[in-house]
Ligand binder design. Structure first.
Ligand code: BDP
Length: 704
C-alpha cells in the first residue's frame, strides 16, 4: 500500500451515511464506486436509482449527489431553485457543483459528471461538517480551467538525469526498464489523489524529449493511451511532451521548418492518429530552442511560428499546445556583463504578443530565472495581454531541498498568484492565468483592454514531484506541496495554511485518534514557515543559485559563478548582487510595468527580500530592518539552522502512535539530513561572505 492522503478512514463521515447517487457517465460511476467502497467500510448504504421511480418518494437519505433534478428527491429541486434565486444564474458549469444542506440532507448538484466528482471529494474533505448544520447553496467552480501537472519522466533511464529528471522520489510510476509498467493500478490511484485536489490534466513525459520518448507520439502511442485509460475515470486528460524535430527524427523529413507544407502535413497526420487513439487527448507540451532542444530558430522562424503550427494541427480536435517561455542562452560569456538571463524570456516572447493562436498557450515560469526559492514574478506575465498565459510552478523541489528538506511551497505560490504586476488596481497573476468565463471579469477587463478582446487565461501548471517511492514523494511531508498545488489552481485565493490543514486532515488525522490536535499543531509548527526557513539558510536576499552545479543540491558558493549559465551573484570584496537597473545595470527592471519598474529600480524602495536580485550593494548597505546586508546574511543563516533543529525536536517529541512508524522513521531520517545540509549551507555561506568582506559577525558567533 502506498501511503498518501485519502486513507480509508478519511471517508468515515460519508461512508456512515445513506447516500444516493443519480446520473450517468464514467465519472458518475467513479463517484458510485467511491461511495460504495466508503459505505461498505463504514456502515452506510448507497442507492443508485431514484427511490420508487419518482421524485416525491421519500426514502430518507443523508447525502444526495445528482446530475439533474429529474427523478431526484424534492430537496434537490429545492436546492436548484435556491441556487437560481440567489445567484441569478442557471448554469453550474462544466466542473462546478452546488453544495447545500437543507432539511437534514446534504446535496451535491452538478451539470456535468466532473462536477459531481469534485463535489464528492469536497464532501469528503468537509467530513462531519458537511452533515451537521444547514448550509445555503454554495456554488463551487475552479478558477483555472486547466490545472495541470508536467511529469519530467523518461521511459529509459537517462545516464545523467536518471529516469525522472529532477525526480526525488524514485523511478517513474508509468515506465520501468524501458517499457510501460504492466501493472498500472498505481497510476489509477494517482489519478484519484489528483482528482481529490482538483488537478485535471497531466503531461506524461519529460520536456526534454530524448530519442525513445519522442516515439510516444507515434509507434509508442499505446503507452500514452494506456495511461489515459487509467486517469480518465478521475477526470484527468493526458498531454504529451513532443520533440519539435519529430518530423525529422520520426518522419524522415529533411526539415522541421514550421512553415514547410510537408512538415505541417506530417504534424496534422500524426495528430489525427493521436486523436483516433485517444479521443480526449489534451494536447502537446513543447520546450523549444531551450537548453539544446530543437526549435524554430534553426529555420529562421520564431516561437509564434512554431507554436501556431502545432496549434493548427491540434485545433480540429480541440487540443492545445503549451509552448514554454523558458528560453535563454545557456552558453553565455560570463565576462560579458551586458547579457542577463533574467531578461531572456521577455525579450523573446513579449514582441510576439498577439501572434499566438487561441489554442496556443505560452507557459511561463513564475520567475525570470529558474525556480529559485525567491524570485520576482516574471515580467512576461504582464507583457502579453493578447496571449493565453499559463504560469508554471515547480512542485518537485529541485532548488528547494529536493524532497529531503521540509519546504512547504504553497505560501510562495500564493504570494506569486496574488502579485499585481500593474499595481493595486490591476489584475493579479491568478487573474491573468484564469479563464475568461470564470470569476474576476472586472479585473480581466483591465488586462484585456489593450487588445479590446476577452482572452481566456492558460491556467496553472506545475512540474510533478511523485515517483514510485512508497510515499510517492520521498519525503512524506512533500505530498502537501502536490495537494496544495491542485487546491490553489482550483482557487488561488485559498489560504496556504488552511490548505495545509486540509491535507493534514485528509492524510493523518483520520487515523490519529489519540490526539489529532497535537498532531495538527506539530505539523503546522514544522511546515507553515518552512519555505522561509529554507530561504534563511541558503542563498540570501534573492540572489539565487549558489548550489552545486549539475544536481543542484547543497551549497557551492561559486559553483555557477564563472560558467555559461547566466546565474551569477557578483560577490567581491566590496559587495554582492546583480545590478539589473536601467540606470547602471542590465535594464531588466524596465521590463516591468509601473509601479514595479520604479520600485525595483530604486534602491530605497526595492523590497529587501529581492534586493540582491536587482541591485549590487556594499556589504554595509542598511536594510529596512536596520541590519546591514552582511549582518543579515550571518543572522539568517544562524537562525535558519536553529529553526531546522527546532522542527527536528518537535518531530522527535511527537507521540509515536500519532503517525505510522514508517512515516515517523522516514521523516526522522530526512530531518537529520536537512539539519546536516542546513549547517553546511550556513557554514559555507557565512564563511564565504566573511572572507570576501572581512566584516566580523557583530554577535561573535563561530564563522570559519
Ligand atoms: C531546470 C532544470 C532542468 C529542466 C529545465 C526546464 O534544471 O532539468 O530541464 O529547468 O524547465 O530547472 O526545462
Amino acid at each position: 500500500v502506498h501511503a498518501a492522503w485519502l486513507p480509508p478512514e478519511a471517508f468515515r463521515a460519508v461512508g456512515s451515511r445513506r447516500v444516493l447517487v443519480l446520473g450517468e457517465g464514467l465519472l458518475v460511476d467513479t463517484v458510485r464506486e467511491e461511495a460504495t467502497r466508503a459505505c461498505a467500510r463504514h456502515g452506510g448504504g448507497v442507492r443508485h436509482r431514484p427511490p420508487g421511480g419518482n421524485g416525491t418518494a421519500d426514502e430518507p437519505f443523508d447525502l444526495v449527489l445528482a446530475l439533474s433534478t429529474a427523478e431526484a428527491p424534492a430537496v434537490v429541486t429545492a436546492v436548484r431553485d435556491e441556487f437560481r434565486r440567489t445567484s441569478g444564474q442557471d448554469a453550474i458549469g462544466d466542473e462546478g457543483f452546488v453544495l447545500a444542506h437543507r432539511d437534514g440532507v446534504t446535496v451535491v448538484l452538478a451539470d456535468e459528471p466532473a462536477g459531481l466528482l469534485y463535489g464528492f471529494f469536497h464532501v469528503v474533505r468537509l467530513g462531519e461538517t458537511a452533515f451537521d448544520a444547514a448550509r445555503p447553496a454554495e456554488h463551487h467552480r475552479p478558477a483555472m480551467r486547466r490545472r495541470m501537472l508536467n511529469h519530467w519522466d523518461n521511459v529509459d533511464v537517462h545516464p545523467v538525469m536518471g529516469q525522472v529528471e529532477r525526480g526525488y522520489a524514485g523511478g517513474s510510476i508509468f515506465w520501468k526498464d524501458g517499457a510501460l509498467r504492466e501493472d498500472l493500478t498505481r497510476v489509477r490511484a494517482y489519478g484519484r489523489l489528483l482528482a481529490a485536489c482538483g488537478v485535471n490534466a497531466l503531461s506524461v513525459n519529460n520536456v526534454n524529449v530524448h530519442r525513445t520518448e519522442a516515439h510516444l507520439l507515434t509507434d509508442r502511442l499505446g503507452d500514452v493511451a494506456a495511461i489515459a485509460d487509467e486517469l480518465r475515470p478521475y477526470g484527468i486528460r493526458v498531454h504529451l511532451s513532443v520533440n519539435f524535430a519529430s518530423p525529422v527524427i520520426l518522419g524522415g523529413l529533411p526539415t522541421a521548418d514550421p512553415l514547410d507544407e510537408r512538415v505541417r502535413q506530417w504534424w496534422a497526420r500524426a495528430t489525427e492518429r493521436v486523436y483516433q487513439t485517444i479521443p480526449d487527448f489534451g494536447g502537446y507540451v513543447v520546450k523549444a530552442d531551450s537548453e539544446g532542444q530543437p526549435g524554430p530558430f534553426a529555420y529562421g522562424r520564431d516561437h509564434a511560428d512554431g507554436a501556431n503550427m502545432l496549434a493548427d494541427a491540434l485545433a480540429p480536435y480541440g487540443g492545445v499546445v503549451h509552448w514554454r517561455a523558458f528560453v535563454y542562452n545557456h552558453r553565455q560569456d560570463w565576462r560579458d556583463r551586458s547579457t542577463d538571463r533574467a531578461r531572456a524570456a521577455y525579450d523573446h516572447f513579449a514582441p510576439l504578443d498577439g501572434r499566438f493562436r487561441d489554442n496556443a498557450i505560452v507557459q511561463v515560469k513564475y520567475g525570470p530565472m529558474d525556480f529559485q526559492v525567491r524570485e520576482p514574478v516574471s515580467p512576461v506575465i504582464a507583457a502579453m495581454p493578447a496571449t493565453r498565459l499559463a504560469v508554471e510552478f515547480q512542485v518537485t523541489q529541485e532548488y528547494t531541498g529536493q524532497q529531503r528538506h521540509v519546504c512547504y511551497l504553497a505560501p510562495m505560490w500564493s504570494q506569486v498568484l496574488g502579485f499585481r504586476p500593474f499595481g493595486a488596481d490591476g489584475p493579479s497573476v491568478a487573474d491573468i492565468a484564469t479563464d475568461a468565463d470564470t470569476g474576476g471579469a472586472a479585473e480581466r477587463a483591465v488586462r484585456t483592454a489593450a487588445d479590446g478582446g476577452a482572452h481566456a487565461g492558460g491556467g496553472l501548471v506545475a512540474v510533478s514531484n511523485v515517483g514510485d517511492d512508497r510515499f510517492w514523494t520521498g519525503h512524506p511531508l512533500a505530498q502537501a506541496n502536490l495537494y496544495a498545488f491542485g487546491r490553489l489552481a482550483w482557487d488561488p485565493r485559498l489560504d496556504p495554511v488552511a490548505v495545509l490543514d486540509e491535507w493534514i486532515d485528509l492524510t493523518f488525522v483520520p487515523s490519529a485518534t489519540a490526539d489529532p490536535e497535537r498532531l495538527r499543531r506539530t505539523l503546522h509548527a514544522m511546515m507553515d514557515e518552512s519555505w522561509l526557513t529554507y530561504e534563511r539558510y541558503t542563498a540570501p536576499l534573492g540572489v539565487g543559485f549558489m548550489v552545486r552545479p549539475g544536481h543542484h543540491y547543497g551549497p557551492d558558493v561559486d559553483g555557477y559563478e564563472y560558467t555559461p549559465w547566466g546565474t551569477y551573484h557578483f560577490a567581491d570584496r566590496d559587495g554582492v548582487g546583480v545590478d539589473r537597473t536601467r540606470a547602471t545595470g542590465t535594464g531588466f527592471t524596465g521590463q516591468y510595468p509601473k509601479p514595479w519598474s520604479d520600485v525595483y529600480e530604486s534602491l530605497a524602495e526595492c523590497p529587501d527580500e529581492l534586493l540582491l536580485f536587482f541591485h549590487h550593494v556594499p556589504y554595509g548597505h542598511v536594510l529596512r530592518n536596520g541590519s546591514t546586508v552582511i549582518q543579515h546574511i550571518y543572522d539568517t543563516h544562524f537562525e535558519g539552522v536553529e529553526q531546522v533543529a527546532e522542527i527536528r525536536r518537535l518531530w522527535e517529541k511527537l507521540d509515536r502512535e500519532l503517525v505510522s512508524p514508517e512515516v515517523h522513521a522516514r521523516v526522522s531520517e530526512l530531518l537529520d539530513e536537512q539539519l546536516r545540509c542546513a549547517e553546511e549551507w550556513r557554514d559555507q555561506i557565512n564563511t564565504y561572505f566573511f572572507r570576501k568582506s572581512g566584516v566580523p559577525d557583530a554577535r561573535g558567533r563561530r564563522i570559519y
